[in-house]
Design a binder for this molecule. Structure first.
Ligand SMILES: Cc1cc2nc3c(=O)[nH]c(=O)nc-3n(C[C@H](O)[C@H](O)[C@H](O)COP(=O)(O)OP(=O)(O)OC[C@H]3O[C@@H](n4cnc5c(N)ncnc54)[C@H](O)[C@@H]3O)c2cc1C
Length: 383
């Protein structure tokens, strides 16, 4: 995998400051064209919170003001919306994992399906644009948003492959692979997120927004029905996040989901870092993704806790807690996804610290984006 995403906070800040002057009207006009030039490519940094949402928004707002930066700010808030949406319905992540298992069972027994899946992942379907994006994804670890939408739509409606296998393909290869943005976006394309409303990739739209580089006229299913699925689960309220107890022997665990954490100042008996990257998929996660995540965690150790022990699985986590006789473990709140699965699987006394940004945004993610969008002025006043 070849890319120029340097996995440090400083590299993220450099990219942010280089892009911020273009995040106003130019971004709004360019963002649908599939060139990486028109967008920030900050997603691998935001995914691990090498950069945080408020600081990215503040940098852009300071240059353009809220009105001119509206489109960019909204996109960043889409990220918070999806995080909150999944946090209020964590069973959707568990169901995705079950759906993936069922789809993998099918490819073990259905030769035609297996071949279709292999061809799609290898970029060998004969649909040039799709094949190009498959190879771009595995080659660089990043795809433009519009390409992700077209790709997912063609995967589901033209190639008729299970959406869970496509979401898994993305998670294994995207440097920004995110349990919330990825699962919700695939469900959105299929018509499961906003029930009955699916995203249909059209040849004319692809021709236009790829500047004529691709024109899959006659190759796409442009009249599909949306996917059908079980009703959405009820939303839960966010779990309480009480402060750490004073007087207990306390460890600090930095988790890959938030590497610029906002944590209480106190002495920690031991520190460690945790990566869930290898657990994104039951299949092998791309080495480039594992390397990026490991290096991002190393950067966090350098900045925040040079003596921290790197941990990669639940057993290592349990051993670290036992050997250091920890009575509680303070972590940044780790949202639904692979790292949280590891934490929950460990059964350790974890004390998650929820950020103000998440506390303000997530409870509004009960339905569509609109309710969170309405909160943007309030969110910005705290930035
Ligand atoms: C099928 C599909 C799968 C996706 N999977 C992921 C994923 O695993 N991880 C991920 O971070 N994003 C995912 N996205 C959302 C989006 O495509 C990427 O965040 C965006 O392309 C990243 O490029 P950028 O940083 O240049 O974005 P910009 O356009 O510069 O936007 C700035 C930031 O806003 C956020 N953002 C922008 N668009 C979206 C969006 N539609 N949804 C949520 N957040 C957004 C990202 O954090 C991004 O870095 C997916 C979209 C689709 C359609």
């Amino acid at each position: 995998m070849e890319h120029d995403f340097v996995p440090t906070r400083q590299a993220g800040l450099d990219r942010l400051y280089a892009f911020a002057p273009d995040a106003g009207a130019r971004y709004a006009a360019q963002r649908n064209f599939d060139s990486p030039e028109g967008v920030s490519q900050l997603s691998p940094y935001l995914r691990h919170r090498l950069l945080t949402e408020p600081e990215v928004i503040a940098a852009v707002r300071d240059i353009h003001g809220e009105r001119d930066a509206e489109k960019f700010i909204q996109e960043v808030v889409w990220r918070s919306y999806f995080k909150g949406w999944l946090e209020l319905r964590p069973s959707v992540w568990a169901d995705y994992r079950l759906g993936l298992k069922a789809a993998r069972d099918r490819i073990a027994t259905e030769g035609g399906l297996r071949k279709g899946w292999e061809q799609a992942c290898a970029g060998a379907t004969g649909i040039d644009c799709f094949d190009h994006w498959a190879r771009q994804l595995t080659g660089t670890g990043w795809l433009h948003n519009h390409a992700r939408m077209w790709f997912a739509s063609i995967w589901i409606f033209t190639l008729r492959l299970p959406w869970e296998l496509g979401a898994d393909f993305f998670l294994r290869h995207l440097l920004d692979g995110d349990p919330a943005s990825n699962t919700c976006s695939w469900r959105w394309v299929g018509g499961l997120h906003t029930r009955g409303k699916h995203y249909v990739a059209r040849a004319e739209n692809i021709r236009r927004y790829t500047g004529g580089r691709f024109d899959p006229k006659g190759q796409l299913n442009e009249t599909p029905d949306p996917l059908d699925g079980p009703p959405l689960p009820e939303t839960r309220t966010l779990p309480d996040t009480p402060a750490p107890e004073p007087g207990l022997r306390t460890g600090l665990l930095l988790v890959e989901d938030d590497l610029t954490p906002d944590l209480p100042a106190r002495d920690f008996a031991a520190t460690a870092t945790l990566s869930g990257a290898a657990h994104r998929s039951p299949l092998k996660v791309a080495p480039g993704v594992l390397d990026f995540t490991d290096a991002a965690l190393a950067d966090a150790r350098d900045r925040l806790a040079p003596d921290a022990t790197p941990l990669l699985d639940a057993d290592a986590l349990a051993t670290w807690a036992r050997e250091n006789a920890l009575e509680q473990i303070v972590t940044p709140y780790t949202p639904t996804g692979p790292a949280r699965d590891l934490l929950e699987g460990s059964g350790l006394p974890v004390v998650p610290v929820l950020r103000d940004w998440d506390r303000a945004a997530w409870p509004h993610a009960t339905a569509g984006f609109f309710k969170v969008k309405k909160q943007i002025p309030k969110l910005l006043s705290a930035v």
